[in-house]
Design a protein. Structure first.
Length: 202
């Protein structure tokens, strides 16, 4: 990597690129860089608007990277990078959304998973040392956040990968040895004790 990092988040764009975003090594950081799998090299990308570490990144439409939360910025200060637009120099767009409940519930270590071409499910996480059961849906077209069904128990999802398949989101908790399943039709969560059984069911 070009910059040493710790506490950063990662986002993949297709099968070609991996973005490394933010850091807390030495100082909190706005830096961003991208790894080209084909060329086996790193390149610098534009800085973010906010210093970020322990943030969460999500890619939608194999094009837009959204970065949420982290230790320093407000959780409603969302940033977006268009990785494809060649008509102007790339930049991180700062999107300010209003959600008093999201502000009160979480700040870092939460999960996020795209559930459509425009909606992102946000769930769990921590704020002021307390874990959360809350879940939200971020509509990237309207830049609006709405609350959805709560997790069965409090949990965080630090450095976790999620799967969206057959109108369900599958997540594995960081604090508890549970597999969580979000049903997109009923907007409810369930949990399973046997994570390996859940994986084998795919």
């Amino acid at each position: 990597m070009i910059n040493p990092r710790e506490g950063h988040c990662l986002a993949a764009v297709g099968d070609s690129y991996i973005y490394a975003i933010g850091s807390r090594l030495y100082n909190t950081s706005k830096t961003c860089e991208v790894y080209s799998i084909e060329n086996n090299c790193w390149g610098e990308k534009p800085e973010l608007n906010r210093n970020r570490y322990l943030s969460t990144a999500v890619t939608i439409q194999q094009r837009f990277i959204y970065v949420f939360g982290g230790y320093e910025p407000s959780v409603t200060d969302i940033e977006r990078l268009d990785t494809v637009n060649n008509e102007q120099p790339a930049f991180w767009e700062l999107i300010k959304v209003w959600s008093s409940s999201l502000e009160a519930d979480i700040k870092y270590w939460f999960g996020a998973c795209p559930i459509s071409q425009s909606d992102i499910l946000i769930f769990g996480g921590k704020k002021d040392g307390a874990s959360s059961i809350s879940s939200y849906i971020f509509d990237t077209q309207q830049n609006q956040i709405t609350k959805t069904g709560s997790l069965p128990n409090k949990d965080t999802f630090y450095q976790r990968t999620f799967l969206c398949k057959n109108n369900k989101v599958y997540a594995y908790g960081y604090e508890n040895d549970f597999a969580y399943i979000y049903n997109m039709q009923t907007k409810t969560w369930t949990k399973k004790w046997d994570y390996l059984h859940v994986i084998k069911s795919f």
